[in-house]
Design a protein around this ligand. Structure first.
Ligand SMILES: NC(=O)c1ccc[n+]([C@@H]2O[C@H](COP(=O)([O-])OP(=O)(O)OC[C@H]3O[C@@H](n4cnc5c(N)ncnc54)[C@H](O)[C@@H]3O)[C@@H](O)[C@H]2O)c1
Length: 252
């Protein structure tokens, strides 16, 4: 991909799954990657793997819900690599107890809001000033197909993921003239460790039957789309919500 070599980016929630695959892909493309995760050791392990393969990466502790922690990861990018070109805000969590609207406790909604929506806002507040100062940059947020599909079994996760779409469109429209691009990727069913733990074999089979494709998603499928959006090849993509899902939901 064009223009990723030598670029500096953050992958928040990059300790495993889609974030880890994205960090590896970005490093393969020549980017310097700062990987943050609430599980700091996972982030450092991914960075060690990247460095072992000849790439450039560091892993740091990150609590994405904390403004101080988000400021610290941006500072880590500046201290280690001198700038910040893109930020992939990928982390998610807090879905335990998330059921239908009559039974989902308020605490579960609040937790989902903090992790799945507010953290992306805080990331934006931490990263954007640096990008604006250097004349541009890319924010890439991970949402979910659940934000636009119907989910009778859960309410907080799709509600709070949806907020990311509005955030990205706000950032794209407010600062596009200043060289900022903001886009969202909505993965379909991607067989990460987290998904394998939560889905039974039967649910995996069901999902496979529903997708108009030979297989379910691999983290590398999402990593490729994110790398594109971070690269110069994605230079004219702004304010978009992209579904990368093997065709599970087909949308304009
Ligand atoms: N895998 C899928 O099928 C799928 C489908 C739709 C959307 N998504 C989205 O893609 C993203 C990645 O999914 P995944 O399957 O790789 O999940 P995952 O659980 O493997 O990865 C999420 C990472 O975020 C980290 N994290 C959680 N809370 C954090 C916090 N407060 N601060 C910092 N890090 C934190 C976790 O430790 C983990 O490493 C998520 O946003 C998820 O909602 C995934």
């Amino acid at each position: 991909m064009r223009g990723l070599s030598g670029q500096v980016g953050i992958v928040a929630g990059g300790g495993r799954g889609i974030g880890a695959a994205t960090a590896k892909r970005l490093a393969e493309e020549g980017a310097c990657v700062v990987i943050g995760d609430i599980m700091g050791d996972w982030a450092r392990e991914v960075a060690t793997e990247i460095e072992g393969a000849g790439g450039k990466a560091i892993g740091v502790d990150l609590d994405g819900t904390s403004p101080e922690s988000q400021q610290a990861i941006v500072q880590a990018a500046l201290d280690n690599y001198g700038t910040l070109d893109f930020y992939h805000s990928n982390l998610a969590g807090g879905t335990e107890g998330d059921i239908d609207a009559l039974n989902c406790p308020l605490e579960v909604l609040d937790k989902s809001w903090a992790i799945n929506a507010k953290s992306h806002f805080i990331a934006t507040q931490a990263a954007l000033p640096v990008m604006l100062e250097r004349g541009g940059g890319a924010m890439i947020y991970t949402s979910s197909g659940a934000a636009s599909g119907a989910s009778p079994w859960q309410v907080a996760y799709p509600m709070t993921k949806n907020a990311i779409h509005a955030l990205a469109r706000h950032v794209a429209s407010k600062w596009g003239k200043k060289g900022i691009r903001a886009n969202v990727i909505c993965p379909g069913v991607v067989l990460t460790e987290a998904v394998r733990i939560h889905m039974t074999e039967e649910q995996v089979e069901q999902a496979l039957r529903r997708v108009p494709h030979e297989r379910l998603g691999d983290p590398a499928d999402i990593a490729a789309a994110i790398a594109f959006l971070a690269s110069q090849d994605g230079a004219w993509v702004n304010g978009q919500v992209w579904h990368v899902n093997g065709g599970m939901q087909m949308r304009d």
